[in-house]
Design a protein around this ligand. Structure first.
Ligand code: G3P
Length: 215
């Protein structure tokens, strides 16, 4: 499974890239708004750090404007993927852009029906928001399973990005059901490699090794 980081913080991207496990990056307007850097600088710096798909969101609402914005963003770097929200105008723009070879990540997907339309429009990535579904009492991972079945049934050239990840359990579930990608916030990535028994084990080994060194 590919692991992306869901952030617009360049320092977090740099750190996690150094772990050797990072395959790509997703950002969104809310994440960009938390940073002091301007959007284009964030995108350019991210492309210089990570050699993988980097999702940047188009904020226009009419399909012609989305297409214009997407072309501009895509011209920044070959790895840019255009994140487009799941709307009728977004679908139209996705069709146009996919024909031009510009990759689209259809975002704010909350149902398998939306995912089916996104696949048919030519979206290369589909982003179901599992945490936000869980937040309203639905089962986000169930929607991911349905979308994976649809992609598999018809051989769509699309990958699922499990998004709105809240905890390591979401990532493990995604991996167990064969989701292609999980985009994971920095704090959740940190939790993924932590285990109290690992820490205790290291402490014990270090203490015992000191005894050996004193011999
Ligand atoms: O980047 C899209 C998605 O991962 C947002 O997550 O935590 O705002 O629901 P969240």
């Amino acid at each position: 499974m590919k692991i992306f980081i869901d952030t617009a913080n360049v320092e977090q991207i740099r750190e996690v890239s150094g772990w050797g496990i990072l395959d790509g990056v997703t950002t969104n307007p809310t994440l960009v708004a938390k940073e002091k850097m301007d959007f284009e600088t964030i995108v350019r710096e991210t492309c210089a750090i990570v050699d993988g798909p980097i999702s940047a969101e188009a904020m226009s609402t009419r399909s012609e404007d989305i297409v214009k914005e997407a072309r501009k963003l895509a011209s920044i770097h070959k790895n840019i993927v255009i994140k487009i929200p799941m709307t009728e105008e977004g679908l139209k723009a996705t069709k146009t852009l996919s024909k031009e070879g510009i990759k689209v990540n259809m975002t704010l997907v909350f149902s398998p029906a939306q995912a089916l339309l996104a696949c048919k429009a030519g979206a290369r990535y589909i982003s179901p928001f599992v945490g936000r579904l869980d937040d309203i009492g639905h089962n986000g991972m169930e929607v991911v399973a349905q979308i994976l079945d649809i992609i598999d049934n018809y051989g769509f050239d699309a990958e699922v990005i499990v998004a709105s990840v809240r905890h390591p359990g979401h990532v493990v579930e995604a991996a167990m059901m064969g989701a292609h990608i999980a985009t994971v916030p920095y704090e959740v990535l940190k939790k993924m490699f932590k285990h109290p028994l690992t820490d205790q084990g290291i402490d014990k080994f270090l203490q015992d090794w000191e005894k050996v060194a004193k011999r």
